[in-house]
Design a protein around this ligand. Structure first.
Ligand SMILES: [Zn+2]
Length: 184
């Protein structure tokens, strides 16, 4: 890729650290909301419709609006994709894994969103239903999706912050915290 000074190349060069920090904050907050919701259902035994995480207690429409779920899945996909070029070597493989999984997660949300727009549901279900939701309930499924995207992102971040010497030599951003390789 030519080293032109575009927003995109800056995002993966000198802005990578700041962009990643902001993005990870959003991702963490969203994942925490899913964890809180599971806690409300399994530990506090709240009825499903009332278990809306933290923000959703004040703003129920946040949880009950399909378009916001879809929008978030899309932002997440775009963010992982946009910040990918900054990752090299081992960290890139893990970040790419998160991208592939998020791509599928986003397809599931697109299906849900499509049912709202079309005004009819799939599989004869009374509510919008995604494919894997045929086998697993929505709360557990999306907790699972967010976790299997989150974990490879965390591993990628670890290798990005503590790169091996060959990986560090190829990095164009200032994210690495350690001048010495943590892994060989
Ligand atoms: Zn970086």
């Amino acid at each position: 890729m030519p080293n032109r000074d575009t927003v995109f190349s800056r995002l993966n060069g000198r802005w990578h650290e700041r962009a990643l920090r902001a993005f990870m904050l959003i991702v963490l907050a969203h994942w925490a909301e899913h964890l809180v919701q599971a806690y409300q259902v399994y530990v506090l035994r709240w009825p499903m419709h009332q278990a809306r995480g933290v923000l959703g207690q004040a703003f129920p429409w946040l949880v009950h609006s399909e378009v916001l779920h879809y929008g978030y899945a899309l932002i997440m996909l775009a963010g992982i994709w946009a910040l990918l070029p900054g990752f090299v070597g081992r960290s890139r493989a893990w970040w790419l894994a998160a991208l592939v999984i998020q791509f599928w997660h986003h397809i599931e949300h697109a299906l849900l969103q499509g049912q709202v727009i079309a005004g009819r549901t799939l599989f004869g279900s009374p509510v919008p239903t995604s494919i894997v939701q045929l086998w697993f309930p929505r709360l557990e499924l999306h907790l699972f999706y967010n976790s299997v995207v989150f974990v490879p992102m965390m591993v990628a971040m670890y290798y990005h912050l503590f790169p091996s010497a060959p990986d560090a030599a190829r990095m164009r951003c200032g994210c690495a915290l350690h001048p010495h390789p943590a892994t060989s």
